[in-house]
Design a protein around this ligand. Structure first.
Ligand code: ZN
Length: 333
């Protein structure tokens, strides 16, 4: 035995020298052995785009119409210097160059009725190719379009009524009644506005709402127009914009529609204005009043545009509110 701890026994030396010779023979410096265990193709896939939870005895399935990129937040969120908007995003570890809104669509199964809230962009590609996913998400969730009994629309904007009909005017939900405020229906289907800057919004509202006109039902402020679904007027974003209290067996949430579009920008500072508001000052008033009520009552919120899946709570924080997303539960209850 040698005293040299680094001297290999002769058999090991042969193995070592053999491997070194093979390595040299490749010419590349890489050993002639199989691929590394870590080498696998990137999967470039994500889970199905639905999320399910219970509300009392009702089952809620949130499905997505896909993310909606708004672009430069400095041109959409107004009323303060752009730098303030960018700073709020930076402090929340969010990108400053593009605000991306989700489109979270809750479908509530009350046991005897299936009710869907808002419908996404449909065939419009005004905000790019990532929207219009509603039918695929419903398929992933195992929900058939023909089983939807009621569609409840917060307002008649392009990203809320867009999924009701196909581009050639065929209803996608053949058995559903459509619920919306008459104020919004009248305003956004008004032919005389086709020559105005609202043209794209008017065209899309007409394409989706006029083919189902005979199945549209108008609700009123405070009316429980379906069992467990109450309308609450929240004007400003549009004149007929409403949010909805959804209740089952003593539990409830409020579907926010477009009361606030972003968990940071219009929530932490609810006095910010949004470029797509019909009446920004009135929208601020509705937002402050109703978010204050929801925070005081500790009513959970289901937000259409917050980060997926948009379910959580709001609490008062300084001059605004802080959103606390509820942990996702991925074990069925
Ligand atoms: Zn919206």
């Amino acid at each position: 035995m040698s005293n040299d701890p680094f001297r290999l026994p002769s058999a090991s030396r042969r193995g070592f020298l053999g491997a070194a010779a093979a390595l040299a023979a490749t010419g590349s410096g890489l050993p002639l052995i199989g691929p590394a265990a870590a080498k696998a193709p990137l999967s470039k896939t994500q889970p199905a785009y639905f999320y399910r939870f219970m509300l009392g005895t009702a089952e809620v399935t949130v499905v997505s119409d896909g993310p909606l990129p708004l672009g430069d937040p400095g041109t959409s969120f107004l009323g303060v210097p752009k730098e303030t908007v960018y700073g709020m995003l930076e402090n929340s570890f969010l990108p400053k160059d593009n605000v991306v809104l989700e489109q979270n669509i809750p479908i509530v199964n009350f046991g005897d009725r299936l009710v869907m809230f808002d419908t996404g962009m449909g065939f419009s590609k005004a905000f790019g190719p990532t929207t219009g996913r509603l039918m695929k998400s419903m398929e992933e969730a195992g929900i058939k379009a023909g089983d939807i009994d009621d569609i409840v629309c917060s307002h008649a904007h392009i990203d809320h009524i867009g999924g009701i009909c196909t581009a050639d005017g065929k209803p996608l939900f053949p058995n559903a009644r459509i619920h919306i405020s008459q104020t919004d229906f009248d305003f956004w289907t008004d032919e005389s506005k086709l020559g105005s800057p609202l043209k794209a919004f008017i065209e899309h509202a007409r394409a989706n709402l006029l083919p189902v006109r005979d199945r549209i039902v108008f609700f009123k402020d405070q009316q429980e127009f379906l069992p467990g679904v109450q309308a609450i007027a929240a004007p400003g974003h549009t004149a007929g914009h409403h949010i909805f209290k959804v209740a089952s067996a003593g539990k409830s949430f409020v579907f926010l529609g477009d009361l606030t579009h972003h968990a940071v920008l219009l929530t932490e500072n609810p006095r910010l204005e949004f470029a797509y508001d019909s009446d920004p000052k009135q929208a601020v008033q509705s937002r402050v009043r109703l978010l204050t009520m929801l925070a005081q009552e500790k009513t959970p919120v289901m937000s259409y545009h917050f980060a997926w899946p948009g379910f959580g709570n709001l609490a008062k924080a300084g001059e605004g509110f802080r959103y606390y997303p509820a942990p996702m539960q991925l074990i069925p209850v």
